[in-house]
Design a binder for this molecule. Structure first.
Ligand code: NAD
Length: 452
């Protein structure tokens, strides 16, 4: 069976193509190249490809530029998919599967690539779906390719869902919690085990549909955990408990754990919002109802606006107010804005007449593309908060957590800090004249600046 593969000189490395050079595709390609495989990364975005050919990463991801540089001898970047697919041993599809208007997953890009593979593959190969796709999609892709393929070669399809987190994507790939391999026959599993031979992670070979489900069920469980703790946080605020103490106490139970038990203004990003909606849609389509997931989605939708609602306690309206925004990405460690709370909250403040100043260490440039006018972009936190009537913390960047809180009092006109990510201890504000209002905890100095 292994004769189907062409090996490089040391007998183990493969010729790999990776369509889609986003957070998943590029990280996958670079990590595989770092292990010695010959990797061709393909994208339709010419600007991105030109950048990568110069050795630059088009996305912000810690450790990625360095690993890319180290592995350049094993990497090719191109828009020419034919040259990449025609003699590849393995093709990892990492293109996007964004949300459609009805919440279902948009599979257009995945099928586009499948078509291109069918038209160009000239050698037996394994097509691996890394993109998150609804259960049964691998089956459809397989039938589609077999139907459309031009050359008489054997093309296998395997599912290999991705579990990396943006901000720690390189580490998560090189030290994966698990590598899930979904197959309907042995050969593609053997090939994938070989691809991942030098990755120190448990390898789990399962049915293809189970692999697809593992991905959604994992992401949706984490989203559920976040929405659950946000509801508990909201109740804590009402009844005078402190969510940070509550989660500290809960997390010691190993069955619960501390991770993803952090209350805030909800989850965002390119995965949890769309993956909860896609599974919910898919369940309905299959005459099932996922009531827990529906609740997680609903809770998150409300939680996103928590700080703007809190702001109404201090100001009747936002007309002519100077509002400082700290952080606009959906989480620290990334420049990604997809489904970030900033995208929906800042327009509300602006429409109500506020002047906005934004600080973010890496997300600002992307944010500027969405909001080129009317917002003042600042290079440091001090500039953003100087003279402000209100400060909203939307992302828990290290710079915010380490910021000397006395400066809020010194620099802001009305030092009201609304913290959507619980960056500070309440005791830090005890001897200040700062109103500090966070999530699931009592407000420190609640009445100092309330408009009469
Ligand atoms: P992304 O939007 O960052 O990147 C997708 C890339 O695919 C883009 O560069 C786009 O130009 C390219 N593309 C589109 N059509 C193409 C084609 N025909 N040929 C070649 N390239 C093409 O996406 P992402 O965030 O990396 O996510 C990719 C998939 O992985 C999604 O299904 C997502 O749900 C899943 N996933 C994402 C993460 C994450 O943290 N971002 C984690 C796990 C799984």
């Amino acid at each position: 069976v292994n004769k189907l593969l062409i090996y490089t000189k040391d007998g183990k490395k493969m010729k790999i193509a990776v369509p889609g050079t986003g957070y998943v595709g590029l990280v996958t390609g670079v990590c595989l190249a770092s292990k010695g495989h010959k990797v061709t990364c393909v994208d339709v975005d010419e600007n991105k490809v030109k950048k990568m050919q110069r050795g630059e990463s088009p996305i912000y991801e810690p450790g990625l530029p360095e690993l890319m540089k180290e592995s350049m001898e094993n990497l090719i970047f191109t828009t020419d998919y034919k040259s990449a697919y025609q003699d590849a041993d393995v093709i990892f599809i990492g293109v996007g599967t964004p949300e459609k208007y009805d919440g279902s997953a948009n599979l257009t890009y995945v099928f586009q690539v499948a078509k291109q593979i069918a038209q160009t593959a000239e050698k037996h190969c394994v097509v691996v779906l890394k993109s998150t796709v609804p259960i049964g999609t691998n089956d459809k892709i397989e039938s589609y390719i077999h139907n459309k393929q031009v050359n008489d070669v054997k093309i296998y399809v395997a599912s290999n869902p991705e579990f990396l987190s943006q901000g720690t994507a390189v580490h998560d790939t090189l030290h994966a919690s698990r590598i899930v391999i979904g197959v309907t026959e042995e050969y593609p599993a053997d090939v994938l085990k070989q691809v991942y031979e030098n990755f120190d992670a448990p390898k789990l070979v399962v049915e293809r549909r189970s692999a697809e489900m593992i991905k959604y069920a994992s992401n949706d469980f984490l989203a559920l955990k976040i929405s659950y703790i946000n509801e508990i946080a909201n109740l804590c605020e009402t009844v005078g408990a402190d969510i940070e103490e509550v989660t500290a106490g809960m997390g010691f139970d190993e069955r619960i754990g501390h991770r993803f038990l952090k209350s805030g203004i909800g989850y965002g990003g390119s995965c949890f919002p769309k993956d909860t909606k896609a599974l919910n849609w898919f369940a309905n389509f299959n005459d099932n109802e996922l009531r827990t997931i529906k609740a997680a989605i609903e809770v998150n939708e409300n939680q996103k606006f928590k700080l703007v609602k809190k702001a109404k306690k201090y100001y009747n309206d936002f007309l002519f107010l100077n509002v400082a925004i700290l952080g606009c990405t959906f989480k620290p460690g990334t420049d990604d804005l997809r489904e970030a709370p900033s995208l929906v909250n800042i327009p509300i403040l602006m429409e109500d007449g506020a002047y906005i100043r934004v600080w973010d260490p890496v997300g600002q440039e992307n944010f500027k593309k969405c909001f080129p006018e009317k917002i003042q972009y600042c290079s440091c936190i001090e500039d953003a908060i100087a003279g402000a009537d209100l400060c909203l913390i939307l992302t828990e960047w290290g710079e915010v957590k380490e910021f000397d809180i006395k400066k809020y009092e010194e620099l802001m006109k009305h030092p009201i800090v609304l913290d959507g990510r619980n960056c500070y201890n309440l005791s830090d504000f005890a001897n200040t004249r700062i109103t500090y209002d966070s999530i699931g905890r009592r407000t420190v100095n609640p009445d100092l600046y309330i408009e009469k």
